[in-house]
Design a protein around this ligand. Structure first.
Ligand code: ZN
Ligand code: ZN
Length: 356
């Protein structure tokens, strides 16, 4: 934590502010280790405090050895004011993406005389590069997803509802040590597979359909995010065609994405292949995104992302092709950007599995 605090402090210098108030739950956890649901993290050039309420004092003392833990005595903003004064903060940064207008109004009223400076994505920038400990945890989260994929294959057959598949997957992930799914499990079969975010419904899976499974586990706060598309019995030549193109794009992505490249260049590797085959319009989302404490975080691998990929980033590579009324395919791996290229963390097969 001390290293993260020091990194944030150098950002404060660059932003010309002498303190920052962290209000995002994920950023608070990242900066302090505090896993409770309520609390302010306040960091100045010399001090670091976690202000929370009586429910969490013991927990916070245990989780945040690098922080002064402050009991807010049921007056959160007044406790904040006191610490801001004590730390000698005049220009206080706040996270503009993680504060409601109402909260902002209250703070400006209470912190009169203190200049409130909006900041954007400072902690998120640090979070993009994972340290060894974080990488080890994410490896485990990905392993849980891989095991869940091989477990679920024997359940997928004609006559089974999508929702029953999703429930079994979520149950199994928890048995393997996940605290829960990283988002609502997507099980999208037949024409529903053309919905990129087709949450499992009560639709019954039929012979001749593709089924897209997009899911992940939360393990020790960190997530995995995996997609595989499988066939139930023989599928049409059109569906096979889009599967092969999507796979070709995905394989090119995981082969070529490396550090030094921008998110935009990474995105183009997959997008150009799909577009060259005439399905550019059918790939309407970005190629990938970072994963970590959140399932969607930086860097983006999209046609507008100028972020440069660096060793220690963990991103998804997930091209898709969606044909409305027919069906769709998406294949998604989680990869770790390394000095020499990348390491594919997810191991599940990408061959088109035909389940009988
Ligand atoms: Zn996904
Ligand atoms: Zn994803």
């Amino acid at each position: 934590m001390q290293k993260r605090i020091e990194q944030l402090r150098s950002q404060l210098d660059a932003e010309k502010i002498d303190g920052i108030l962290i209000t995002s739950a994920a950023n608070r956890l990242y900066m302090s280790g505090f896993s409770g649901s309520t609390g302010y993290v306040l960091i100045s050039s010399k001090h670091a405090a976690l202000i929370t309420d009586f429910r969490y004092i013991d927990q916070a003392k245990e989780e945040c050895p690098d922080y002064e833990v402050v009991d807010n005595k049921r007056k959160m903003n007044e406790a904040l004011l006191q610490k801001v004064k004590e730390f000698g903060i005049h220009r206080l940064g706040f996270e503009k993406a993680h504060m409601s207008y109402a909260q902002y109004e209250t703070l400006s009223y209470i912190l009169q005389g203190i200049e409130l400076i909006p900041t954007d994505g400072l902690v998120e920038e640090l979070r993009m590069i994972k340290d060894e400990g974080e990488i080890a945890i994410i490896r485990k989260a990905v392993e849980i997803a891989d095991q869940t994929f091989s477990h679920i294959l024997s359940f997928i057959r004609p006559g089974v509802r999508e929702i029953d598949i999703a429930i079994e997957m979520e149950f199994f992930m928890r048995k393997l040590g996940a605290s829960g799914p990283s988002f609502d499990t997507i099980v999208a079969s037949g024409v529903r597979s053309a919905l990129p975010h087709g949450r499992a419904s009560d639709k019954v899976i039929q012979e001749g359909e593709l089924v897209t499974l997009d899911f992940g586990a939360v393990y020790k706060g960190y997530v995995s995010d995996l997609t595989r598309t499988v066939a139930v019995g023989e599928v049409s030549s059109k569906l096979k065609e889009i599967y092969d193109i999507c796979l070709k794009a995905q394989l090119a992505g995981v082969e070529k994405i490396r550090s030094g490249m921008t998110g935009k260049e990474a995105d183009a590797i997959c997008r150009d292949i799909i577009a060259a085959e005439g399905y550019g319009e059918a790939f309407g989302h970005s190629t990938g995104h970072g994963i970590g404490l959140d399932v969607h975080e930086g860097p983006g691998l999209s046609s507008v992302s100028e972020t440069i990929l660096k060793p220690g980033m963990i991103v998804t590579v997930e091209p898709g092709i969606y044909l409305s009324g027919i069906g769709g395919v998406r294949i998604e791996d989680d990869i770790l950007i390394t000095d020499s290229g990348n390491e594919i963390l997810s191991k599940s097969t990408k061959e088109l599995l035909i389940l009988a």
